[in-house]
Design a protein around this ligand. Sequence first.
Ligand SMILES: NC(=O)c1ccc[n+]([C@@H]2O[C@H](COP(=O)([O-])OP(=O)(O)OC[C@H]3O[C@@H](n4cnc5c(N)ncnc54)[C@H](OP(=O)(O)O)[C@@H]3O)[C@@H](O)[C@H]2O)c1
Length: 391
Amino acid sequence: MASTPSPSKSVLVTGANGYIGNAVCRAFRRAGWHVYGLVRRSSGACALAASEIIPVVGSVSADLSWLDALLGSGTTFDAVVSCTENFPFAAHYAHILALLTRVAQHNRHHGRPKPLVLFSSGCKDYGTTPLHGSDRFAPHLETTPLDPPAILRERAACALDALAHPDLFDAAVVRPTPVYGYGSSYYATFFQVVSSIAAAASQPGEGPKKKIRVPADLNTVIHGCHVDDCGEAYVALATHADRGAVAGQCFNVSGRRYETLGELLGALGGAYGISFPSLIGDVVVVGPLGEGEEQGGGEAEMHPGAVLQLGYSQWVGSDKIRRLTGWTDTRTLLSEDARAYRAAYEAAVERGDEGVARIQERVAGTLAGDAAWKKSGVYGSKEVGVRYIEG
Ligand SMILES: NC(=O)c1ccc[n+]([C@@H]2O[C@H](COP(=O)([O-])OP(=O)(O)OC[C@H]3O[C@@H](n4cnc5c(N)ncnc54)[C@H](OP(=O)(O)O)[C@@H]3O)[C@@H](O)[C@H]2O)c1
């Protein structure tokens, strides 16, 4: 019987129990690679092993003895995918670079080709685009000057530095839009906001109708990508036949079209059994404050963490990776399948998904020490929802 040679390629993925890292691991595995997933805690190893990912317990830190042990066993890597989230990023990057250098030198020592490094950054590196329907409305492309929010400045700069070591490794920067699906990462905020509006709407009220103010324009552009499609994009770059066309480049990864905040809230409202934006039982949902207008008593305000997510308008073009590799997204948009994505998110919450908890902490963290929000607790202290202003 004729045998087909095995591709026998190996990839090391850092942040393998993270949201993107795990999707990347699974995508490489589906593509027939040997996948090594780095996790910091041995408790994360079992889940990786169950998905046929070889768990490696260690951290991206000054102590890379775990890597020495791995390489010492004769393993070489064709690709390394960096998927960690860590602040302050510049200090973390020094350790990432040490890791990449060691993998590259090991390949050289064994007469293997340079590894391909796929370095995860994000589309927020470009800043924001205007609202849907505005003048001079155009997508962010890889040629767009970088203008990241302060918290992401170091990540954006370090990602570009990863391109500057072609003597050691080939590298490309991957800039996904926010990603959704399963636990839904930062998109969880949308589920929390709409569920808290639904909860508010179901409370019987007397007197004038309560108002919930959505703090962002409904024409805010929300451009995402399903996390499985995102994982496939990394594989498309790693398996592209022309390494020279990938190395030294940045690639955006975004879904085939954007949605607007109004479109998303409308679809999610349907999934939660409320009609939005409009009258919901005793609650009226209204837009952002107009000029000179003040938020009044009896109105509900939205968690600042939610404002960050709902109000970040960005349209991102991903033609470059599509044209070069043929990658395309195949999963339904969030607004096309809101019930399924709601159910998946709630299932993740139900089983105590670590990733959901991690994002919740991060987003709600903007409120640490905010006594008013802590006191309100009406819709869950860590939930990114709404609270009523007394008065
Ligand atoms: N989520 C999104 O929507 C999105 C969109 C675009 C770009 N990105 C970017 O993509 C990257 C990954 O994001 P994500 O959402 O997948 O993050 P995530 O779910 O928070 O996962 C981050 C992972 O990094 C690991 N990690 C952090 N520091 C580490 C260290 N020193 N050594 C080893 N592992 C370490 C964490 O391990 P522990 O579990 O041990 O903490 C976790 O597995 C980030 O750069 C992020 O900014 C994310």
